[in-house]
Ligand binder design. Sequence first.
Ligand SMILES: [Fe+2]
Length: 290
Amino acid sequence: MQPTVTPFLHKPTGTWSYVVADPGAREAVVIDPVLDYDWRSGRTGTASADQVVAHCAAAGLTVKWILETHAHADHLSSAKYLKSKLGGAIAIGSGIRQVQATFKRVFGLGDEFVPDGRQFDRLLADGESLDVGRIAVRVIAVPGHTSDSVAYLIGDALFVGDTIFMPDGGSARCDFPGGDAAELFRSIQRLYALPASTRVFVCHDYAPGGREIQFETTIAEQRASNIHVRDGTTEQEFVAMRRARDATLDVPNLIIPSVQVNIRAGDLPPPDSDGVSYLRVPVNRIGRPL
Ligand SMILES: [Fe+2]
């Protein structure tokens, strides 16, 4: 079964979101939707999310699920906003509880924030299935970049989140709390065991070498030419490469606002008595051992 996949690029963060539909049943899921955020002013915006809303309305789609591949550290999620506009239930991998517990400590969050996943409508375990029209959505746990990372296999289309990028972009970093390069290698092997013709949709593309921005490849292409992990790459080689590379990477621009919103399923923190939501900046904390 081949679902219809409509990509949406969020240029400021290089993020690809997707609407995946069973054209016959007119049911759809939204994957990794983005909330605009201007760090200079602390203002959020919905212009990008509204493109998804407009598409679903124009195509007459009923949104059943809003799916996150993980709690992103580079962009804010618009899952809550989209749910208010389109309906559907928000789901993420069950490893979100560990991510929430970790970042509750990092951000010094109070008792109002309970790290048990209750902010989401559904927590997904490896091997679970959801239905979209006549198409099953299969959940594949792919920890390594983060402990809550999952991929979604919908018909012949695989949404890999931050595991692998386009073949010339390699793989995701593993130096966030809960990240583990050996685990990511094994997760990628699980994806590479899928049929070679499986369509692969990435969560980010940074257009290396100035080429056109891209979003779709196949398992066959990844196995033949992914610059970090292809057929023949050993776990040891991958882990050594990943550790060396991660040591050179900057902290993502939006990690501080993103994580605080994304562990709340795209909600802002509850407002203070003045009606304003505040995000916290832990000074000299990120990058320090937990
Ligand atoms: Fe990520």
